[in-house]
Structure formats: structure tokens, C-alpha cells
Design a protein around this ligand. Structure first.
Ligand code: G1P
Length: 205
């Protein structure tokens, strides 16, 4: 990756912004490790590939096609994790008609910006959805979720879903909190969303 960026840099010698990004990337280079999925095997499978790199009791997972801009959602989640010592999932209210596109959360003890999760269901029918609060792809998860994933079979679409492992832990009364984030969500998960996201991000810069 660094080599291809060097090529771009040569062409855009005077672009200070690109130079600054490159400097930052170089600083992080040693800290970034890659793992691979050669075919779509699900979010749970992706986490299993990372096992040897995960240190500590919890880790932060971000899905690349869920952008949240304007306010730092990960920071909000870390604050909630530190306060509650529980796991945290980013969430926002979505149009009821779209619940079957998302993981959907059931909850109790709702406060202004958070709630305690008591149900999780991946892409439910409207009639099965416990609410219209959707999982947005940012999670603070306990490392022990890996042992659940190892025993878990494949779910919808033949993939190993993190949502199914979260459901197992919620059913065991492990504390999971929904963080109703303050930032602006930019959906890149559909073709239309992907195209629009580039335009929107330019506007927010
Ligand atoms: C994934 C998750 C889903 C979540 C969604 C957010 O689904 O499995 O729970 O609501 O990301 O974008 P995917 O979009 O990969 O089908």
C-alpha cells in the first residue's frame, strides 16, 4: 500500500494534504495488520481471523461501509464502555419499512443517548422486529465472544454472523448497551448510498 501511495505522491508533489496523510500512514504502518477473507464468510468469521491480534478484555470493531461523520462515535462508545464496563453497539432509529436490512435491537432502561439491550435479531421481518433501532457497524465486544463464534454454526446466507454470537451473550445476561450516537450516519451499504457518500463527505469536510 505504501508503495502505491508513494507513486501518487510523486505525481502530486505540491499537494500538502496528501503529504500529511502519507506521514500519518507511515506512523501507523507498523501498527496495522491485515487478515483476509477470500470469500464472504461473515463478520463473525472476520473476528476469528483477528484472534491472535486481540489484546485485553474488549476490542472495537468497525464495519467499513458504515461511516459516521461530524462527531466521533467510537469515542462516545468508549466513554459508555468505561462507565458501564459492558459491551457497546452503535445504534440509530431507522425507517420501520427498512428493518429487514439491519440487525435490530430490543431494549429496556432507555436514556437519552443509550439503552440496555435485551434482544438482538439479524434482518428481521417487520412483524418480528422488537424496535426500529438498528445496529450500525461499530461494536465494543468482549474477547470471550470468540469462543462463542467457534462453536456457532453458520447462519443466514451461510455466513458466521457476529449478531448471532451477540444474541447468545445477551441471552446469558451479559451487559450490552446501545449507544445512540450523535454523529451523522452516511450509509455506503447500497450502490446508491456508496455513490452519494463520496459527495456527502466532501460537504462535511
Ligand atoms: C451488517 C450487520 C447488521 C448491521 C449492518 C449495518 O450487515 O450484520 O447487523 O445492521 O451491518 O450496516 P450487512 O450490511 O453487512 O449485511
Amino acid at each position: 500500500m505504501i508503495n502505491s501511495i508513494k507513486k501518487i505522491l510523486k505525481k502530486k508533489k505540491k499537494d500538502k494534504r496528501i503529504k500529511d496523510i502519507f506521514k500519518r500512514l507511515k506512523r501507523y504502518q507498523k501498527m496495522i495488520k491485515f487478515v483476509y477473507q477470500n470469500k464472504p464468510e461473515g463478520t463473525g468469521h472476520a473476528i476469528m481471523q483477528c484472534e491472535k491480534f486481540l489484546k485485553g478484555s474488549h476490542f472495537l470493531m468497525l464495519l467499513a461501509d458504515d461511516l459516521i461523520v461530524k462527531k466521533n462515535c467510537s469515542k462516545e462508545m468508549i466513554v459508555l464502555h468505561r462507565k458501564t464496563k459492558g459491551s457497546v453497539i452503535a445504534t440509530k432509529k431507522v425507517d420501520r419499512k427498512t428493518v429487514s436490512r439491519w440487525g435490530i435491537l430490543g431494549f429496556k432502561n432507555k436514556k437519552k443517548n443509550s439503552f440496555l439491550i435485551n434482544e438482538v435479531i439479524e434482518k428481521p421481518k417487520l412483524s418480528e422486529a422488537p424496535s426500529n433501532y438498528a445496529i450500525i457497524g461499530r461494536y465494543i465486544l468482549p474477547k470471550k465472544i470468540i469462543s462463542i463464534l467457534k462453536k456457532q454454526g453458520r447462519g443466514k446466507g451461510g455466513e458466521i454472523h457476529i449478531t448471532d454470537a451477540i444474541k447468545t451473550l445477551v441471552n446469558r445476561n451479559e451487559k450490552f448497551y446501545g449507544n445512540i450516537f450523535k454523529g451523522k450516519y452516511v450509509d455506503c451499504g447500497t450502490l446508491e448510498g456508496f455513490i452519494n457518500s463520496g459527495i456527502k463527505i466532501l460537504k462535511y469536510k
